[in-house]
Write a protein that binds this ligand. Structure first.
Ligand code: NAD
Ligand code: UD1
Length: 337
Protein backbone atom coordinates (compact mmCIF):
# COMPACT_ATOMS: atom_id res chain seq x y z
CA UNK A 1 0.00 0.00 0.00
CA UNK A 2 1.16 3.48 -0.87
CA UNK A 3 2.12 6.27 1.52
CA UNK A 4 1.21 9.81 0.45
CA UNK A 5 3.80 12.36 1.53
CA UNK A 6 2.41 15.89 1.42
CA UNK A 7 5.31 18.32 1.17
CA UNK A 8 7.42 15.35 0.07
CA UNK A 9 9.58 17.48 -2.23
CA UNK A 10 10.82 19.60 0.69
CA UNK A 11 13.85 19.23 2.95
CA UNK A 12 12.45 16.71 5.43
CA UNK A 13 9.92 15.09 3.05
CA UNK A 14 12.56 14.17 0.47
CA UNK A 15 14.57 12.35 3.16
CA UNK A 16 11.45 10.48 4.29
CA UNK A 17 10.80 9.43 0.66
CA UNK A 18 14.28 7.95 0.43
CA UNK A 19 13.95 6.00 3.69
CA UNK A 20 10.50 4.68 2.73
CA UNK A 21 11.55 3.61 -0.77
CA UNK A 22 14.63 1.92 0.66
CA UNK A 23 12.37 0.11 3.14
CA UNK A 24 10.41 -1.28 0.16
CA UNK A 25 7.37 1.02 0.48
CA UNK A 26 5.55 2.77 -2.38
CA UNK A 27 5.27 6.54 -2.06
CA UNK A 28 3.47 9.39 -3.79
CA UNK A 29 4.59 12.96 -3.23
CA UNK A 30 1.81 15.58 -3.10
CA UNK A 31 3.37 19.05 -3.24
CA UNK A 32 2.67 22.44 -4.81
CA UNK A 33 6.44 23.13 -5.02
CA UNK A 34 6.03 26.58 -3.43
CA UNK A 35 9.22 25.97 -1.43
CA UNK A 36 10.94 23.14 -3.31
CA UNK A 37 12.35 22.20 -6.69
CA UNK A 38 11.12 19.39 -8.99
CA UNK A 39 14.77 18.33 -9.46
CA UNK A 40 14.45 16.67 -6.05
CA UNK A 41 12.47 13.83 -7.70
CA UNK A 42 15.40 13.07 -9.95
CA UNK A 43 17.77 13.15 -6.97
CA UNK A 44 15.58 10.68 -5.03
CA UNK A 45 15.71 8.40 -8.09
CA UNK A 46 19.51 8.67 -8.21
CA UNK A 47 19.77 7.60 -4.56
CA UNK A 48 17.18 4.83 -4.53
CA UNK A 49 16.94 3.68 -8.15
CA UNK A 50 13.19 4.45 -8.07
CA UNK A 51 11.50 7.70 -9.07
CA UNK A 52 8.63 8.37 -6.67
CA UNK A 53 5.24 9.24 -8.18
CA UNK A 54 4.54 12.93 -7.74
CA UNK A 55 1.35 14.98 -7.95
CA UNK A 56 1.52 18.76 -8.15
CA UNK A 57 -1.32 19.99 -5.95
CA UNK A 58 -2.25 22.11 -2.96
CA UNK A 59 -3.33 20.57 0.34
CA UNK A 60 -6.21 23.04 0.53
CA UNK A 61 -7.71 21.41 -2.61
CA UNK A 62 -9.91 18.55 -1.31
CA UNK A 63 -10.79 17.24 -4.78
CA UNK A 64 -7.16 17.05 -5.86
CA UNK A 65 -6.37 15.16 -2.63
CA UNK A 66 -9.28 12.75 -3.07
CA UNK A 67 -8.20 11.99 -6.64
CA UNK A 68 -4.58 11.42 -5.65
CA UNK A 69 -5.39 9.29 -2.58
CA UNK A 70 -7.76 7.10 -4.65
CA UNK A 71 -5.67 6.88 -7.81
CA UNK A 72 -2.57 5.79 -5.89
CA UNK A 73 -4.32 3.41 -3.49
CA UNK A 74 -2.96 5.18 -0.42
CA UNK A 75 -3.28 3.61 3.02
CA UNK A 76 -1.47 6.30 5.03
CA UNK A 77 -0.40 9.93 4.82
CA UNK A 78 2.65 11.70 6.19
CA UNK A 79 1.64 15.36 6.30
CA UNK A 80 4.54 17.77 6.01
CA UNK A 81 3.14 20.37 3.57
CA UNK A 82 3.13 23.74 5.25
CA UNK A 83 4.85 27.07 5.69
CA UNK A 84 7.57 27.25 8.33
CA UNK A 85 9.12 30.70 8.76
CA UNK A 86 8.46 32.24 12.17
CA UNK A 87 9.23 35.76 10.88
CA UNK A 88 6.95 35.44 7.81
CA UNK A 89 4.17 34.10 10.02
CA UNK A 90 4.30 37.32 12.06
CA UNK A 91 4.00 39.52 8.96
CA UNK A 92 1.47 37.32 7.18
CA UNK A 93 -0.47 35.24 9.72
CA UNK A 94 -3.50 34.68 7.43
CA UNK A 95 -1.38 32.81 4.90
CA UNK A 96 0.00 30.60 7.69
CA UNK A 97 -3.40 29.77 9.19
CA UNK A 98 -4.75 29.07 5.69
CA UNK A 99 -1.92 26.79 4.58
CA UNK A 100 -1.13 25.05 7.88
CA UNK A 101 -4.53 24.82 9.58
CA UNK A 102 -7.02 24.87 6.68
CA UNK A 103 -4.63 22.62 4.73
CA UNK A 104 -4.68 20.07 7.58
CA UNK A 105 -8.49 20.29 7.78
CA UNK A 106 -8.94 19.70 4.04
CA UNK A 107 -6.53 16.79 4.11
CA UNK A 108 -8.42 15.21 7.05
CA UNK A 109 -11.70 15.57 5.13
CA UNK A 110 -10.19 14.02 2.00
CA UNK A 111 -8.88 11.14 4.11
CA UNK A 112 -12.28 10.59 5.71
CA UNK A 113 -13.97 10.59 2.31
CA UNK A 114 -11.54 8.05 0.87
CA UNK A 115 -11.34 5.87 3.99
CA UNK A 116 -7.63 6.49 4.51
CA UNK A 117 -7.20 6.28 8.26
CA UNK A 118 -3.55 6.78 9.22
CA UNK A 119 -1.83 10.15 9.43
CA UNK A 120 1.60 11.12 10.73
CA UNK A 121 1.86 14.89 11.24
CA UNK A 122 4.90 17.21 11.28
CA UNK A 123 4.64 19.35 14.36
CA UNK A 124 7.38 21.29 16.05
CA UNK A 125 8.96 21.77 19.47
CA UNK A 126 7.98 25.40 19.02
CA UNK A 127 4.49 24.42 20.34
CA UNK A 128 5.96 24.30 23.88
CA UNK A 129 7.14 27.94 23.97
CA UNK A 130 9.36 28.95 26.93
CA UNK A 131 10.24 25.76 28.86
CA UNK A 132 9.23 25.56 32.54
CA UNK A 133 11.50 22.58 32.92
CA UNK A 134 14.10 20.76 30.79
CA UNK A 135 14.26 18.34 29.10
CA UNK A 136 10.91 19.04 27.42
CA UNK A 137 8.49 16.16 27.87
CA UNK A 138 5.38 15.68 25.77
CA UNK A 139 3.13 16.58 28.73
CA UNK A 140 4.74 20.04 29.08
CA UNK A 141 2.16 22.84 28.64
CA UNK A 142 1.77 24.29 25.13
CA UNK A 143 2.32 28.06 24.80
CA UNK A 144 3.72 28.87 21.36
CA UNK A 145 4.84 32.48 20.94
CA UNK A 146 4.46 32.91 17.17
CA UNK A 147 1.60 32.58 14.67
CA UNK A 148 3.59 29.71 13.09
CA UNK A 149 3.70 27.88 16.43
CA UNK A 150 0.00 28.49 16.99
CA UNK A 151 -0.85 27.02 13.56
CA UNK A 152 1.00 23.85 14.59
CA UNK A 153 -0.81 23.71 17.95
CA UNK A 154 -4.20 24.20 16.25
CA UNK A 155 -3.44 21.53 13.65
CA UNK A 156 -2.54 19.15 16.50
CA UNK A 157 -5.88 19.89 18.21
CA UNK A 158 -7.82 19.52 14.96
CA UNK A 159 -6.26 16.11 14.31
CA UNK A 160 -6.98 15.09 17.92
CA UNK A 161 -10.67 15.87 17.33
CA UNK A 162 -10.65 13.95 14.03
CA UNK A 163 -9.28 10.95 15.91
CA UNK A 164 -12.44 10.85 18.01
CA UNK A 165 -14.93 11.59 15.23
CA UNK A 166 -17.51 9.26 13.66
CA UNK A 167 -15.02 8.48 10.95
CA UNK A 168 -11.91 8.36 13.14
CA UNK A 169 -8.35 8.93 11.98
CA UNK A 170 -5.35 7.28 13.64
CA UNK A 171 -2.99 10.15 14.41
CA UNK A 172 0.72 10.32 15.24
CA UNK A 173 1.96 13.83 15.99
CA UNK A 174 5.73 14.21 15.78
CA UNK A 175 7.26 17.25 17.46
CA UNK A 176 10.59 17.87 15.74
CA UNK A 177 13.39 19.64 17.52
CA UNK A 178 16.02 21.13 15.14
CA UNK A 179 16.40 18.99 12.00
CA UNK A 180 19.76 19.49 10.25
CA UNK A 181 22.24 17.60 8.04
CA UNK A 182 21.20 15.67 4.96
CA UNK A 183 21.54 12.35 3.16
CA UNK A 184 25.15 11.15 3.13
CA UNK A 185 25.20 11.10 -0.71
CA UNK A 186 24.97 14.90 -0.75
CA UNK A 187 22.26 14.58 -3.44
CA UNK A 188 19.37 15.96 -1.35
CA UNK A 189 19.52 18.60 1.37
CA UNK A 190 18.26 21.88 2.77
CA UNK A 191 17.95 24.53 0.06
CA UNK A 192 16.47 27.70 1.58
CA UNK A 193 15.66 30.72 -0.59
CA UNK A 194 17.67 33.87 0.08
CA UNK A 195 19.57 34.39 3.34
CA UNK A 196 18.83 31.43 5.64
CA UNK A 197 17.13 32.22 8.96
CA UNK A 198 18.21 28.99 10.62
CA UNK A 199 21.65 28.39 12.04
CA UNK A 200 23.01 25.35 10.17
CA UNK A 201 22.26 26.54 6.60
CA UNK A 202 23.62 29.94 7.55
CA UNK A 203 26.89 28.40 8.74
CA UNK A 204 27.06 26.40 5.48
CA UNK A 205 26.72 29.56 3.38
CA UNK A 206 29.50 31.23 5.36
CA UNK A 207 31.73 28.15 5.03
CA UNK A 208 31.31 28.11 1.22
CA UNK A 209 32.03 31.86 1.04
CA UNK A 210 28.56 33.01 -0.09
CA UNK A 211 28.00 34.97 3.13
CA UNK A 212 30.80 36.87 4.87
CA UNK A 213 30.09 36.19 8.53
CA UNK A 214 27.82 34.36 10.97
CA UNK A 215 25.95 36.67 13.33
CA UNK A 216 25.58 34.92 16.68
CA UNK A 217 22.40 36.23 18.24
CA UNK A 218 23.25 36.72 21.89
CA UNK A 219 26.25 35.67 23.99
CA UNK A 220 24.73 36.59 27.35
CA UNK A 221 22.23 33.74 27.78
CA UNK A 222 22.38 31.75 31.02
CA UNK A 223 24.09 28.83 29.22
CA UNK A 224 27.60 27.34 29.49
CA UNK A 225 29.13 29.71 26.90
CA UNK A 226 26.36 32.37 26.76
CA UNK A 227 25.00 31.27 23.33
CA UNK A 228 21.66 29.56 22.65
CA UNK A 229 21.32 25.81 23.17
CA UNK A 230 19.22 23.59 20.88
CA UNK A 231 18.62 19.90 20.25
CA UNK A 232 19.88 19.31 16.69
CA UNK A 233 18.69 16.06 15.12
CA UNK A 234 20.03 14.51 11.90
CA UNK A 235 17.32 14.58 9.21
CA UNK A 236 18.00 10.93 8.25
CA UNK A 237 17.34 9.90 11.88
CA UNK A 238 14.22 12.08 11.83
CA UNK A 239 13.06 10.30 8.66
CA UNK A 240 13.51 6.92 10.36
CA UNK A 241 11.29 8.20 13.18
CA UNK A 242 8.46 8.62 10.64
CA UNK A 243 8.71 5.02 9.53
CA UNK A 244 8.57 3.91 13.17
CA UNK A 245 5.49 6.13 13.67
CA UNK A 246 3.77 4.74 10.54
CA UNK A 247 4.31 1.23 11.85
CA UNK A 248 2.46 1.93 15.10
CA UNK A 249 0.02 4.73 14.20
CA UNK A 250 -2.98 2.39 14.21
CA UNK A 251 -2.25 1.04 17.70
CA UNK A 252 -3.59 4.10 19.51
CA UNK A 253 -5.86 6.95 18.47
CA UNK A 254 -3.53 9.89 19.11
CA UNK A 255 0.17 9.66 19.76
CA UNK A 256 2.20 12.80 20.52
CA UNK A 257 5.92 12.31 20.58
CA UNK A 258 9.12 14.36 20.48
CA UNK A 259 11.76 13.62 17.87
CA UNK A 260 15.04 14.91 19.30
CA UNK A 261 18.30 13.52 20.60
CA UNK A 262 17.90 14.69 24.20
CA UNK A 263 21.26 16.51 23.89
CA UNK A 264 21.72 20.28 23.86
CA UNK A 265 24.42 21.96 21.74
CA UNK A 266 25.33 25.66 21.86
CA UNK A 267 25.82 27.89 18.82
CA UNK A 268 29.57 28.08 19.49
CA UNK A 269 29.82 24.30 19.85
CA UNK A 270 28.05 23.83 16.50
CA UNK A 271 30.36 26.35 14.79
CA UNK A 272 33.34 24.54 16.24
CA UNK A 273 32.09 21.14 15.00
CA UNK A 274 31.38 22.58 11.53
CA UNK A 275 34.86 24.07 11.34
CA UNK A 276 36.34 20.65 12.11
CA UNK A 277 34.06 18.87 9.60
CA UNK A 278 34.72 21.30 6.75
CA UNK A 279 38.25 22.50 7.43
CA UNK A 280 36.90 26.01 6.71
CA UNK A 281 37.18 29.13 8.85
CA UNK A 282 33.75 30.39 9.92
CA UNK A 283 34.05 34.09 10.77
CA UNK A 284 31.65 35.02 13.59
CA UNK A 285 30.43 38.21 15.15
CA UNK A 286 28.26 38.63 18.24
CA UNK A 287 24.95 40.42 17.63
CA UNK A 288 21.99 41.27 19.91
CA UNK A 289 19.57 38.51 20.88
CA UNK A 290 16.97 37.62 18.22
CA UNK A 291 13.41 38.58 19.19
CA UNK A 292 11.45 35.55 20.43
CA UNK A 293 14.52 33.33 20.92
CA UNK A 294 14.72 31.03 23.91
CA UNK A 295 17.99 30.46 25.80
CA UNK A 296 17.89 26.70 25.86
CA UNK A 297 15.68 23.82 24.86
CA UNK A 298 16.11 20.13 24.24
CA UNK A 299 13.87 17.08 24.16
CA UNK A 300 13.12 14.30 26.49
CA UNK A 301 13.65 11.43 24.03
CA UNK A 302 12.23 8.78 26.39
CA UNK A 303 8.73 8.44 24.95
CA UNK A 304 10.07 8.04 21.40
CA UNK A 305 12.30 5.22 22.64
CA UNK A 306 9.46 3.56 24.60
CA UNK A 307 6.63 3.87 22.09
CA UNK A 308 8.40 3.98 18.74
CA UNK A 309 11.55 2.08 19.65
CA UNK A 310 13.33 5.02 17.99
CA UNK A 311 16.39 6.94 19.00
CA UNK A 312 18.72 9.21 17.05
CA UNK A 313 21.94 7.49 16.00
CA UNK A 314 23.92 10.33 14.45
CA UNK A 315 25.78 12.99 16.41
CA UNK A 316 26.79 16.60 15.77
CA UNK A 317 29.96 15.58 13.85
CA UNK A 318 27.90 13.61 11.28
CA UNK A 319 25.30 16.41 11.03
CA UNK A 320 28.05 18.92 10.17
CA UNK A 321 29.88 16.50 7.84
CA UNK A 322 26.72 15.85 5.82
CA UNK A 323 25.55 19.48 5.78
CA UNK A 324 28.97 20.49 4.43
CA UNK A 325 28.98 17.65 1.86
CA UNK A 326 25.64 18.90 0.48
CA UNK A 327 26.77 22.56 0.45
CA UNK A 328 30.10 21.75 -1.21
CA UNK A 329 28.50 19.59 -3.94
CA UNK A 330 25.53 21.93 -4.52
CA UNK A 331 26.73 25.49 -3.91
CA UNK A 332 23.55 26.74 -5.60
CA UNK A 333 21.23 24.06 -4.21
CA UNK A 334 18.98 22.25 -6.69
CA UNK A 335 19.89 24.78 -9.41
CA UNK A 336 23.15 22.77 -9.71
CA UNK A 337 21.64 20.01 -11.79
P1 NAD B 1 10.10 22.66 3.35
O1 NAD B 1 9.59 24.03 3.09
O2 NAD B 1 11.41 22.27 2.79
O3 NAD B 1 9.01 21.58 2.86
C1 NAD B 1 7.63 21.83 2.87
C2 NAD B 1 7.07 21.38 1.53
O4 NAD B 1 5.66 21.63 1.54
C3 NAD B 1 7.65 22.15 0.35
O5 NAD B 1 8.05 21.22 -0.65
C4 NAD B 1 6.50 23.02 -0.13
O6 NAD B 1 6.56 23.23 -1.53
C5 NAD B 1 5.29 22.20 0.29
N1 NAD B 1 4.08 22.98 0.53
C6 NAD B 1 3.93 24.10 1.28
N2 NAD B 1 2.65 24.50 1.27
C7 NAD B 1 1.96 23.59 0.53
C8 NAD B 1 0.60 23.47 0.16
N3 NAD B 1 -0.32 24.37 0.55
N4 NAD B 1 0.23 22.41 -0.59
C9 NAD B 1 1.15 21.51 -1.00
N5 NAD B 1 2.46 21.60 -0.71
C10 NAD B 1 2.86 22.63 0.06
O7 NAD B 1 10.06 22.45 4.93
P2 NAD B 1 10.66 21.29 5.83
O8 NAD B 1 11.79 21.85 6.60
O9 NAD B 1 10.87 20.08 5.02
O10 NAD B 1 9.46 21.10 6.85
C11 NAD B 1 8.44 20.15 6.63
C12 NAD B 1 7.42 20.24 7.76
O11 NAD B 1 8.06 20.06 9.00
C13 NAD B 1 6.70 21.58 7.82
O12 NAD B 1 5.34 21.33 8.14
C14 NAD B 1 7.38 22.29 8.96
O13 NAD B 1 6.54 23.21 9.60
C15 NAD B 1 7.72 21.14 9.88
N6 NAD B 1 8.88 21.42 10.75
C16 NAD B 1 10.07 21.77 10.17
C17 NAD B 1 11.15 22.07 11.00
C18 NAD B 1 12.47 22.47 10.41
O14 NAD B 1 13.32 22.97 11.13
N7 NAD B 1 12.73 22.28 9.12
C19 NAD B 1 11.02 22.01 12.40
C20 NAD B 1 9.79 21.62 12.93
C21 NAD B 1 8.71 21.32 12.10
C1 UD1 C 1 13.62 28.42 14.72
C2 UD1 C 1 12.23 28.92 14.99
C3 UD1 C 1 11.37 27.75 15.43
C4 UD1 C 1 11.35 26.69 14.33
C5 UD1 C 1 12.79 26.27 14.04
C6 UD1 C 1 12.82 25.35 12.85
C7 UD1 C 1 12.51 31.25 15.69
C8 UD1 C 1 12.41 32.21 16.81
N1 UD1 C 1 12.29 29.97 15.99
O1 UD1 C 1 14.06 27.79 15.89
O2 UD1 C 1 10.06 28.15 15.67
O3 UD1 C 1 10.59 25.55 14.73
O4 UD1 C 1 13.56 27.44 13.70
O5 UD1 C 1 14.08 24.75 12.80
O6 UD1 C 1 12.76 31.63 14.55
N2 UD1 C 1 21.31 31.61 15.51
C9 UD1 C 1 22.38 32.46 15.38
N3 UD1 C 1 22.65 32.99 14.15
C10 UD1 C 1 21.91 32.72 13.04
C11 UD1 C 1 20.80 31.84 13.18
C12 UD1 C 1 20.52 31.32 14.43
O7 UD1 C 1 23.08 32.74 16.35
O8 UD1 C 1 22.19 33.25 11.95
C13 UD1 C 1 21.05 30.98 16.81
C14 UD1 C 1 19.68 31.28 17.39
O9 UD1 C 1 19.71 32.45 18.15
C15 UD1 C 1 19.43 30.01 18.22
C16 UD1 C 1 20.17 28.90 17.44
O10 UD1 C 1 21.10 29.59 16.62
O11 UD1 C 1 20.05 30.13 19.48
C17 UD1 C 1 19.26 28.07 16.56
O12 UD1 C 1 18.51 28.93 15.72
P1 UD1 C 1 17.57 28.38 14.54
O13 UD1 C 1 18.34 27.44 13.68
O14 UD1 C 1 16.95 29.58 13.86
O15 UD1 C 1 16.47 27.51 15.27
P2 UD1 C 1 15.48 27.89 16.48
O16 UD1 C 1 15.69 29.26 16.98
O17 UD1 C 1 15.55 26.80 17.47
Amino acid sequence: MTVMITGGAGFIGSHICVELIQAGRKVVIFDNFCNSHPEVINRIRRITGTAPDAVRGDVRDVQALISALSAHGCSSVIHLAGLKSVADSVSNPAEYYDCNVVGTLRLSQAMQQTGVRNIVFSSSATVYGEPDVLPLREDHKLAPFSPYGRTKMLAEELLGDMAHSQSPLNVAILRYFNPVGCHESGLIGEDPNGIPNNLMPHISRVAIGQLPVLNIYGNDYPTSDGTGIRDYVHVVDLAAGHIAALDCVDRQRVLKVNLGTGQGTSVLELVDAYTRASGKMIPITFAPRRLGDIASYYASAELAADVLGWHAKRGIAEMCRDAWNWQRKNPNGYLDQ
